[in-house]
Design a protein around this ligand. Structure first.
Ligand code: NFS
Length: 647
């Protein structure tokens, strides 16, 4: 496979060329070495739940049609899928729990260095939890909120507080279906129990609990992460930044933060500006200290501080291969196991910081939550000391401007003004047809498909059809790299209606809302669109759709399921490990539409994903009686070729 077919990003292509003959290899080489991948696993038909197995179902009907225990293809596929939901929900929610801890710490140990950055949001979120505010001291309110948030994770009964932020019609539907989430710990444990050998053997019933666990993530763990991070570190507002490997300056000591939780990276932002450390860096011949991010932690510090992003998930190894990363500091999630060996071939100091995520043979600097600044300084010092050991440095030139930080609040103010912040203008523009609808395009990169290509082609086609796109995660980074997340992109790529709105407000046609836990911002935005009125009574009536075109993580499956259960059509690219059970596939892709008003769709081709989403949005507009006779701009072959030439 040539490097061009591996990635649509010129910077990644250039680095793939650079590392071609180096022994370490990359994720793409390892993906090639795995071919052909297990067909049973691909179809969801392999079961390793008990040790009478492993079992597999013959998809052609000639071999075994059930496992040793008697589980059918439907049950095996459903259990596997549900366990992905459980793992994904656990990952996001544990992130949320750590943030709640940090909030408590900010109150109880002010010396730790965390404070309350957004008091207005603290009061608002406290009110959702029924915590008295009035004339009470901020510290007392924050303490109550942190404790209440922590208690939410283990809530054994009742309904999650944030679930009540959903439109009343949605909440009622969840009640009818028996899926209003309790604490996420409770839901994940029950889901793991029910998918054990010989417990729940009804795919539909398994998915009921999977929905409940997913909702406990989206409207619980993830939403707590987002909201409490905003309180602690500030609610994002539009901010300019830069993206792609070219942000790694050759002259500065470069610290790359990779992972997910901002509790340490927020401190690294400060440590990188520390006068003494900057002097130390200069004494080693550097011009200063540079900080850049990879994956979702990058999104977190971009949306709050404008710190540059070096790349998305599939670029983590390529960043090291530039030879310009003096330290890479990782915490949890999406950290490739190859980094330890890879960094040995370079001067890069790899540092793990989370007790939950250590790597064999890799230096561990435990994150001291009571004195995070000293951890941050130690890491920066490590980077400075490794700077003089640099070998060959080959940094691609590519960087791109990006405007990020479109929190739900920022969208509110941007459209409605500082003093009358509201979603009314958005709804009005949807009703009058300038904006046809809203699409959330999110998720990872996956070497099974050409890196970034599916994200970019899909998003371009959506905005050309006057659909406002909201992004998070590695998908946002992919589109940022090719210049879609700046206001000027509207005139170049968007349809006339969306361009008009973007130019009036001065916003990009593609809005970067943050990391993957920040998908909860999209849930809040959708609820707000319903509340404002004119677009139906439930999320499922809105002209909106979602996609994760290059997904790979279990977290993406949890997100997909909570969007579906919240009433949104959610299209997954690449493939989905369920196709071995036609009945289970039908449940996800058809039957759910009847019960939740939202369902899954599986479609790897970006153009076909776009068509599916546009048709869905159009159908919703017709149902709402707001559809005017405006034709879909179907991309013909020539337009698609042009797209390819551009990306
Ligand atoms: Ni999301 Fe973040 Fe990226 Fe995928 Fe991984 S970084 S939480 S899982 S790969 S989008």
């Amino acid at each position: 496979m040539n490097e061009k077919a591996r990635s649509a990003d010129p910077a990644a292509q250039r680095m793939l060329d650079v590392v071609k003959d180096r022994p370490a290899g990359t994720v793409w080489d390892r993906a090639a070495a795995q071919q052909p991948q297990c067909g049973y696993g691909e179809l969801g038909l392999c079961c390793r739940i008990c040790y009478m197995g492993p079992c597999r179902i013959d998809p052609f009907g000639d071999g075994p049609q059930c496992g040793v225990c008697g589980a059918t293809a439907d049950v095996i596929a459903a259990r596997n899928f549900a366990r992905m939901v459980a793992a994904g929900a656990a990952a996001h929610s544990d992130h949320g729990r750590d943030v709640a801890h940090a909030l408590l710490l900010a109150v109880e140990n002010p010396k730790a260095g965390y404070g309350i950055k957004d008091t207005a949001k603290l009061l608002k979120v406290a009110s959702h939890f029924g915590i008295a505010t009035g004339t009470r001291a901020v510290q007392d309110i924050a303490r109550d909120l942190a404790k209440a948030a922590l208690a939410e994770f283990g809530a054994q009964e009742g309904e999650l507080k944030f679930a009540h932020r959903a439109p009343p019609a949605r909440l009622e539907l969840w009640r009818r279906l028996g899926v209003v989430p309790r604490g996420v710990d409770r839901e994940v444990v029950e889901l793991m129990h029910r998918t054990n050998i010989g417990v729940d053997q009804d795919a539909e019933n398994i998915m009921r609990q999977a929905s409940r666990a997913a909702l406990a993530d989206g409207w619980g763990g993830s939403m707590i992460a987002t909201e409490l991070q905003d309180i602690l570190f500030g609610t994002p507002a539009p901010i300019r930044g830069k993206v792609n490997l070219g942000v790694l300056s050759k002259d500065t000591v470069n610290v790359v933060v990779h992972g997910h939780e901002p509790v340490l990276s927020e401190m690294l932002v400060l440590a990188a500006r520390d006068k003494e450390l900057v002097e130390l860096a200069k004494s080693k011949g550097a011009s200063g200290i540079g900080l850049a991010g990879i994956c979702c932690t990058a999104n977190e510090i971009l949306i709050r501080h404008g710190i540059p992003i070096a790349g998305n998930f599939l670029q983590q190894e390529l960043a090291v291969a530039t030879g310009a990363v003096d330290a890479m500091v990782v915490d949890v999630q999406c950290i490739m196991g190859s980094l330890g060996e890879l960094c040995k071939g370079y001067h890069t100091a790899l540092v793990t910081t989370s007790a939950k995520a250590r790597m064999d043979g890799v230096r561990y600097v435990p994150f001291d939550e009571h004195d995070p600044m000293s951890t941050a300084k130690e890491i920066v010092r490590t980077a400075i000391l490794s700077f003089p050991n640099r070998g060959r440095v080959e940094v691609p030139d590519e960087t791109m401007d990006v405007i990020a930080g479109f929190s739900h609040e920022a969208i509110n103010y941007m459209l409605g003004g500082r003093f009358r912040g509201s979603y009314v203008p958005l709804n009005d523009n949807i009703i009058n047809g300038r904006i046809k609808g809203v699409a959330g395009v999110v998720g990872c990169g996956n070497p099974k498909v050409e890196h970034d290509r599916v994200h970019i082609e899909l998003v371009k086609e959506l905005i050309a059809n006057d659909i406002l796109v909201v992004q998070t995660g590695c998908s946002a980074i992919a589109c940022a790299k090719c210049g879609l997340l700046v206001p000027e992109a509207a005139a170049q790529y968007a349809g006339p209606g969306l361009t008009e709105v973007c130019e009036t407000v001065g916003m990009p046609p593609v809005l970067h809302s943050g990391s993957c836990v920040d998908n909860s911002r999209i849930l809040i935005a959708l609820s707000e669109m319903v509340r404002v009125g004119g677009l139906g009574k439930d999320i499922s009536e809105l002209p909106v759709a979602g996609a994760a075109p290059e997904w790979m993580s279990e977290k993406a499956i949890a997100i997909g399921q909570y969007f579906v259960a919240s009433g949104v059509l959610t299209v997954f690219g690449v493939g989905l490990p369920v196709l071995g059970s036609p009945k289970f596939t039908k449940l996800l892709t058809e039957d759910f539409a009847g019960s939740y008003g939202g369902c899954w769709a599986i479609e790897p081709d970006p153009h076909k994903i776009a068509v599916r989403m546009i048709d869905h949005i159009q159908a919703k507009r017709e149902k709402l009686g707001i559809s005017k006779a405006k034709e879909r701009v179907l991309f013909d072959m020539e337009m698609r070729r042009e797209l390819k030439a551009e990306t």
